[in-house]
Design a protein around this ligand. Structure first.
Ligand code: ZN
Length: 313
């Protein structure tokens, strides 16, 4: 049986839901102009972007990986949250028992005002800095762009009709000496690296325990899956855990394959989270605040997507 697609039915569910969990992926930030690094767009200077996101890659070529992350940080700092981020932040403010697990490292949920107590960054943040030698040094919310002068080629802006030299695989990569990369001020020997979780690395155990404790507190009414295929553990297992706690699953994704495995009581909304989420939550926000129009204006004034109200209701 196909999942449900009725916005009216979903609004009733979200309105009556007490405990809600959400899992966010790169698709949420796609409407803010940040690449998802999947499929055809997954290359960066002819490198598979996933092959640059490992400790081994950093060890082998710290300059290249540092450039890749300096560029991504520059993109994240330039990006603005979209209506999907704002809608989730508004929902979080109005639902006491809402826990949002984000796989995104771009900081856009926080920038949209998502309460930190209801947000868990599974894969860390590109704005945080740690020591590659694991001496314990951590710097939160570092906004330096570029992170150091040697990485300046990653922070250059070009008109849309020009290719940034750094992104042109036919241009040689900037030559960067190891001593010109940032070193740890604590142990003095380790290189500084982004505070994200790379492939092959473990997620923060305290955070995982905290999430498990929240899940075990009782029945979960709704599991929102936004902009992710949830193919990577432990994200995928959270959907299963929520179902074990009774949750109806609602997937918001442009990719029809992301509805695979949903049952007839679940929901699937095909399209951009930035367009769909404000519509899905409008009933809740209105009921909770008493002024639907005002909330919608506050959500959409930052981004004004052209067709926020275009879905049939
Ligand atoms: Zn160190």
């Amino acid at each position: 049986m196909a999942p449900r697609t009725s916005i009216a039915e979903f609004r009733e569910l979200v309105n009556s839901s007490d405990r809600i969990m959400a899992l966010l992926g790169a698709g949420l930030s796609a409407a803010s102009g940040l690449p998802t690094f999947r499929g055809a767009g997954g290359l960066w200077r002819n490198h598979e972007s996933t092959s640059l996101a490992t400790p081994e890659a950093f060890e082998a070529d710290p300059a290249l990986v540092s450039l890749f992350y300096a560029w991504r940080k520059h993109m994240a700092l330039k990006a603005k949250p979209n209506a999907g981020h704002y809608a989730l932040a508004e929902l979080a403010k109005r639902k006491d028992n809402f826990l949002c697990l984000s796989q995104n490292v771009d900081g856009l949920s926080s920038q949209a005002g998502h309460p930190e107590s209801k947000l868990r960054l599974l894969h860390g943040s590109i704005l945080d800095v740690t020591c590659f030698n694991k001496c314990g040094y951590v710097e939160y919310n570092n906004l330096s762009d570029p992170p150091c002068p040697a990485l300046a080629p990653a922070s250059e802006d070009y008109p849309p009709d020009q290719t940034m030299p750094l992104l042109d695989p036919n241009m040689p990569a900037p030559k960067i000496e190891l001593e010109d990369l940032l070193h740890c001020p604590n142990c003095k020997t380790g290189l500084l690296r982004p505070g994200v979780v790379w492939f092959g690395e473990a997620l923060d155990e305290t955070m995982l325990d905290d999430i498990d404790d929240w899940i075990m507190l009782g029945r979960i009414d709704l599991m929102l899956v936004v902009g992710t295929t949830a193919a990577i553990a432990p994200a995928a297992s959270y959907i299963y855990d929520a179902q074990q706690q009774g949750a109806v699953v609602a997937v918001v994704n442009p990719d029809p394959d992301s509805a695979d495995g949903l049952g007839s009581s679940d929901f699937f909304f095909q399209g951009s989270a930035a367009e769909i989420l404000p519509q899905l939550f409008v009933g809740v926000i209105g009921v909770m605040d008493g002024d639907v129009c005002q909330i919608l204006v506050s959500i959409t004034k930052f981004t004004t997507p052209p067709n926020v109200f275009s879905l049939p209701i």
